[in-house]
Design a protein around this ligand. Sequence first.
Ligand code: AGP
Length: 364
Amino acid sequence: ESYDMGGHDTYMHKEIAEQAEAVDRVLRGRIDDKFATVHLGGLNLDPREARSVRRIKILGCGTSYHAGQIGAQLIEELARIPADAEPASEFRYRNPVVDPDTLYVAVSQSGETYDVLAAVQELKRKGARVLGVVNVVGSAIAREADGGTYVHAGPEVCVVSTKCFTNTVVAFALLALHLGRIRDLSVADGRRIIEGLRRLPGQIDEILKAEPEIKRLALHFADAKSMLFIGRVRGYPVAREASLKLKEVSYIHAEAYPASELKHGPLALVEPAMPTVAIVPDDELLEKNRAALEEIKARSGRILAVAHQEQEKADHTIIVPKNEDELDPILMGIPLQLFAYHTALALGRDIDKPRNLAKSVTVE
Ligand code: AGP
């Protein structure tokens, strides 16, 4: 991958298109089929240390924070270590309790985001162990961390992060699998996840082939003043990231909510002028998600679902290929990157350099 546009009109479009290749790269040379695990060379965490971790705290900003939220779920699901993600910018200002049994993970595309770097420095001053999940090799956060893993997304130029988000989540899946196999994840489950990881590049290409249809949907909704994004558990961080993508590149107001919270407030917003994008994976929460679609439909809300099968209550469904339940979030946001891109294009926005934003926020 290079800075050459390769026939794309924007870096955002180019970087979306590069995702299968990028995922292939983050997987390359790391899978160990014999022991159904992965090797992450720079982790600097021996099995004994990995077994003594009681909690994992992931810190990042913006898109990297959202990738960290999915990462926390993957770690809980595969390694059964309690994990959560928090914006680094909030963490560093709340005088957090730094716990010696907690492993801290700093996530960043650039490796230079000031709030993340400051959080890492504060943690290290307090004796914590900090890993980095970083894209830019040799960046400040990568240097400051005790170890970690590179995301290998390649150069990301567009201010709006796309391929790095996907690769970061895959890197977290690798970390979760690695920790899981040191702890209680079975060989069979290790194999199942490895096979799922290997299917990702082909499935990403399949999703990208649906671009003409996604473009049509983007044009259909481009007149919206505001959009609601909903998802549940695995789908919720996907909804958050998709909502951030839409707002930063198209300037349409977008709000993400857990689908389970609809009836506690946001349902009041639903009317034909407020479309909803719903993340509806074919997992154990499918029926619950369908019930949410019904509630929206009953209030005449327009619905665009991203799902594994046609959703009867939705006005439009973008169908994505099914992977393992745990890995589905990696794929479900990809059509919504294209959705944000085509919405922004239709509205004549400055796609690679949205107003008021910088690629890397190196100041407070
Ligand atoms: C991504 O689309 C955003 N422009 C922004 O939220 C970004 O993810 C954030 O500033 C963090 O950057 P980093 O990953 O380089 O640390």
